[in-house]
Design a protein around this ligand. Structure first.
Ligand code: B1M
Length: 211
């Protein structure tokens, strides 16, 4: 059995879309538990990809390929996870802040967090503080993740945190931020709960913020 889970991990690491879809269908037909496929096959594979990316041994296109492979398997097992009521790691609401159209890094963060077992709602880019607030009230995430790539849009993270405070929902969730110009010092200044410098660290941080 552990060999089968290793095949899932391998297909994620190699970003092998064809293999992973066949593997998932076969495993489900044979009655394998969807949560086991996620926990013992897909997530360890994505953990490995994250570690290699962090170490500089893998690059963005390879990580994207792995994330796509993981997502195609996830799309088959997700309905079953929901049916069995299997708990995800947590709920993450994600978006690039107002005025900022850069979303490649943010998308990568979302994929890595999905790989870490989070239910991710990606709001896209150029998201106004008030729109973040509405989404927080509706989706009720455990974590709000904000991305900014411009020095001119970083401040919108602070405005969003203020808007969450004014709406009385700031204390209901953790806030994680990132993007090239963002630093830990900036995160501390604006009252975010955490900062991550890359997508793999973001997934690790998100798990830490849940505990
Ligand atoms: Co823009 N751009 N851009 N751009 N662009 C930068 C960011 C810039 C550094 C280029 C430069 O001048 N050298 C510069 C910013 C300067 C500054 O403010 N410090 C810049 C500029 C000036 C601009 C425009 C103003 C240019 C113009 O029009 N005059 C304009 C602004 C548009 C706007 O947003 N309003 C603009 C436009 C664009 C494009 C639309 C053409 C395109 C974006 C396409 C897209 O995203 N769909 C673009 C691109 C591609 C870039 C560069 C070349 C690449 C960014 C990228 O995708 N990197 C960038 C220069 C560079 O970085 N070399 C540049 C790859 C990505 C995987 O990395 O986004 O850093 P990154 O994400 C990382 C981490 O930062 C972190 O994890 C990710 C993965 O490891 N991370 C998080 C990101 N978000 C996170 C959230 C987290 C945690 C970690 O928690 C929630």
């Amino acid at each position: 059995m552990s060999e089968l889970f290793s095949e899932f991990s391998k297909a994620v690491i190699e970003g092998n879309l064809d293999d992973i879809v066949g593997l998932t269908k076969d495993a489900l037909d044979r009655g394998l538990n969807a949560k086991d496929i996620l926990d013992k096959g897909l997530m360890p594979g994505m953990d490995h990809v994250g570690a290699e990316f962090k170490a500089g041994n893998l690059f963005v296109p390879e990580v994207l390929r792995s994330a796509r492979a993981m997502q195609s398997s996830m799309s088959l097992i997700k309905p079953l996870l929901a049916e069995t009521g299997a708990a995800m790691t947590g709920k993450l609401l994600l978006g690039t802040v107002k005025g900022d159209l850069h979303d490649i890094g943010k998308n990568l963060v979302g994929m890595m967090c999905e790989g870490a077992g989070f239910e991710v709602k990606d709001m896209g880019k150029d998201i106004e503080p008030d729109v973040f607030v509405e989404a927080v009230q509706e989706f009720k995430p455990d974590i709000l993740g904000m991305s900014a790539l411009l020095t001119t849009t970083m401040r919108s993270m602070e405005h969003t945190i203020k808007a969450l405070e004014e709406a009385g929902v700031r204390d209901r969730l953790k806030i994680m931020i990132g993007g090239a110009p963002v630093t830990q010092t900036f995160a501390d200044q604006i009252g975010a709960d955490g900062y991550a410098s890359n997508a793999a660290s973001a997934a690790e941080l998100a798990k830490k913020l849940m505990s």
